[in-house]
Every structure is written in C-alpha cells, then in structure tokens.
Write a protein that binds this ligand. Sequence first.
Ligand SMILES: Cc1ncc(COP(=O)(O)OP(=O)(O)O)c(N)n1
Ligand SMILES: Cc1nc(C(=O)O)sc1CCOP(=O)(O)O
Ligand SMILES: [Mg+2]
Length: 218
Amino acid sequence: MSTKDERIPTRLYLITPPRLDPAGFADTLKAALDAGDVASLQLRLKTEAGDTAPADELRRAAEILMPLAHARNVAFIVNDSPEIAREMGADGVHIGQDDTPYKEARKIVGPDAVVGVTCHNSRHLAMEAGEAGADYVAFGAFHPTDTKVTHSRAEPEILTWWSELFELPCVAIGGITVENAPPLIEAGADFLAVSAGVWAHEKGPAEAVRLFNLLMNP
Ligand SMILES: Cc1ncc(COP(=O)(O)OP(=O)(O)O)c(N)n1
Ligand SMILES: Cc1nc(C(=O)O)sc1CCOP(=O)(O)O
Ligand SMILES: [Mg+2]
C-alpha cells in the first residue's frame, strides 16, 4: 500500500451546472479552468424535472464548451448519453445505474473512450463495474447536495477500501466543498467530482478551483 506521500495527487473533476446557457457560461468556464489543475469536465445538463436534457441542447453545449476544455488539456465527459459522447467526439461518458448499461455504452463509445460508472455506496456495484471494464468508479453522495436528489450516503472508508484493493481510479461525489474535501483526499479519492462547490463558491469559481488545488497539491 502506498503512503499518502507516494500517492498520485487527487485531482479535480468538474461537473457543469445542470442548466446553463453555453455561450454565457463560456467565460466562467475559461476562468475556472485557467485557475488551476482540472482533470476533466463533465457536461451534465438536465431538465427541470431532472431528466437528461434534449440531444440538441447537449450537442450545442458540447460544440461550445468542449473546445475550451480541450484547449486546456481537460478531458470532456458527457453525462448519461454515450450516443452524444460518441457523436461529439467527447473523451467519454458517465453512466449511472439507471442509464445505458455499461456493456451497451462501451459498444457505443468504443474501447478508447472513458466510461465512468456511478456506484453509490456499494462495494458490489464498484467491483461489478471494474470487472466489466469501467475506467473509473464513482462513490457518493458524501455530503448533502441540492444539485441532485440522492438516496445513498457514502463514507470516506469506502474510498480507502477501494484504493487499497484496486488500481482503478475512484471518484468521490456529492456536496463536496473546499471545507469538507480534506478527509476525502486523505481517504484516497483519486478525483473529487464537484459542481456547486465550484460554480456557487462565494468567491467565484476560479477562486474555488485555486483553493481546491491548494488542498490537493499543498
Ligand atoms: C462522476 C459522477 N458520479 C456520479 C454521477 C451521477 O450519475 P447518475 O447516478 O446517472 O445521476 P445523474 O448525474 O445522471 O443525475 C455523475 N453524473 N458523475
Ligand atoms: C451528480 C451527482 N451524483 C451524485 C451521486 O451521489 O452519485 S451526487 C451529485 C451532485 C454533485 O453536485 P454537487 O457537487 O453540487 O453536490
Ligand atoms: Mg445519469
């Protein structure tokens, strides 16, 4: 088992606000991505009812936002839709337990794309996803969140358990802020997936990205 000092530093995985005007959001995104290291950006657009946004909305947002991410060496992940991920040339897709099943998603996006899977607080779901070929497993929610209605609560121990047993990266998600992030980093999260903790930070998204990076690369 590697000690904390030997570990590869945890990195930031940004998740877009669920509703946005891509042209109006572009400058905010550029400032956030220029403020520090960001591993990936997930395009997660939802209707008011919480369903996946219509395909044309996903397409337009990807057309505008993906080049900004790629210009800064930030991977662009599409949430929910492997078809849009493939069509737009995204770096991958994130699927939950109620989305396209892993095998089907992998067939659509191909062997070289990233496929991430929601595993809630389940060791079983994570081992199943890893066994199937997922590129990362996501555990959550670690804290209360207004961004998504959640039914599972994960504890930092699941990150330590995973990191000590498996090479596959693990992502922590759910209500993560600069203030509550340190125990998740310590526990072994390879990535912190954050939405409101960055976009709604009181000092602005760029400062939030800077502060998260201070935690991850002290
Ligand atoms: C990195 C990451 N982890 C978990 C989720 C949640 O996915 P899902 O359960 O499919 O819920 P929605 O995000 O689609 O509402 C995620 N998107 N990203
Ligand atoms: C998209 C998502 N999935 C979760 C899970 O528990 O699987 S929690 C969540 C919301 C993430 O946004 P914020 O950083 O604003 O809490
Ligand atoms: Mg989903």
